[in-house]
Design a protein around this ligand. Structure first.
Ligand code: F6P
Length: 327
């Protein structure tokens, strides 16, 4: 739907796992709306807060000094009540009571499902912004938070390489990515890893043993192996297999939620700013039930359903590159 509408007040919320750059996106939404004479209401704790009616007005000064901060000033949650029609009806009622004309949801595909149902059942225009460190949303080259998560994981890999080399050990490093290996692959290439395991591509453990054997035969005394958490068995499974099959001194480090924190890098701040501006202007233009993404430098408007029915594959060229350079 793209009929220009008169919007006087919008709401914004962050939902699902937090991602560095969400604050920059909130700031961009609030300030773009103010620029166009539209009021903004912030919803705390995502859809859970919307269901409970935890809303407050946000002005441009309320979002000062947050562009550099990790986390989300609006707080976030994974809401169970929102999965029920009754939960969504209560949230829609709160939006009506606050005279909200449209909603901006910053989150991942679970959040977009919630946004889609709100629009379908209650006719409230909703726009999504891709906010997840996993970068697993179709229709945008990158998601808000991804660049920072990769930098954080890479910094840890560089440090672990120092100790791996000193002790001539194998280090298995598990990075986040429940369903997608984007973080793992970028970190593997940038960190010069010997091997990478992605949820998208199961390979046999005998292949891994061959890689380790070949590495040692080529004179490598230490190795870095990156595993996405969504790979069956995760980092623990790989580390156990190496110890069992080779007896080589192996250590496992699970990076975990540290990858979700920290000050967003410039690429995430710029992406969040651009998408936040784009979301408000898309609502003014009458767009709804879509995610605003960025591909090849330009904004894209992707129907919510496509973000979860279509898949953004990892780069096969980069996967090959990781393999070639690990020689
Ligand atoms: O937001 C994405 C993500 O960080 C995934 O990479 C990870 O699997 C999941 O969230 C962890 O979720 P929670 O914080 O609820 O444990």
């Amino acid at each position: 739907m793209t009929t220009p509408t008169t919007i006087k007040r919008i709401a914004v919320l962050t939902s699902g796992g937090d991602a560095p750059g969400m604050n920059a996106a909130i700031r961009a939404v609030v300030r773009t709306a103010t620029y166009h004479g539209i009021e903004v209401v912030g919803v705390r704790r995502g859809f859970q807060g919307l269901h409970q009616g935890d809303l407050r007005l946000l002005g441009p000064r309320d979002v000062a000094n947050i562009i550099q901060r990790g986390g989300t000033m609006l707080l976030t949650a994974r809401s169970h009540t929102w999965r029920t029609p009754e939960g969504r009806a209560a949230g829609a009622q709160h939006l009506r009571e606050w005279n909200v004309d449209a909603l901006v949801v910053i989150g991942g595909d679970g959040s977009f499902h919630g946004a889609h149902y709100l629009q379908q059942e209650h006719g409230i225009p909703v726009i999504g912004l891709p906010g997840t460190i996993d970068n697993d949303l179709y229709g945008t080259d990158h998601t808000i938070g991804y660049f920072t998560a990769v930098e954080t994981a890479l910094d840890a890999v560089d440090k672990l390489r120092d100790t791996a080399a000193s002790h001539e050990r194998i280090f298995v490093i598990e990075v986040m990515g429940r369903h997608a290996g984007h973080i793992a692959l970028d970190v593997a290439v940038a960190g010069g890893a010997e091997e990478v395991f992605l949820p998208e591509d199961e390979k046999s453990l005998s292949d891994l043993m061959q890689v380790i054997h070949d590495s040692q035969a080529r004179g490598k005394a230490s190795s870095i192996i990156i595993v996405a958490e969504g790979y069956p068995g995760g980092g623990q499974g790989i580390a156990d297999a190496i110890t069992r099959d080779t007896g080589i001194d192996t250590r496992l480090t699970v990076l975990g939620h540290i990858q979700r924190g920290g000050s967003p890098v410039s690429s995430d701040r710029v992406l969040a700013s651009r998408l936040g501006e784009g979301a408000v202007e898309a609502l003014i233009a009458g767009k709804s039930n879509i995610m605003v993404g960025r591909t090849g430098g330009g904004l894209t408007y992707v129907p919510f359903e496509e973000t979860w029915t279509k898949r953004k594959d990892v780069s096969r060229a980069l996967y090959r590159c990781a393999k070639v350079l690990s020689i």
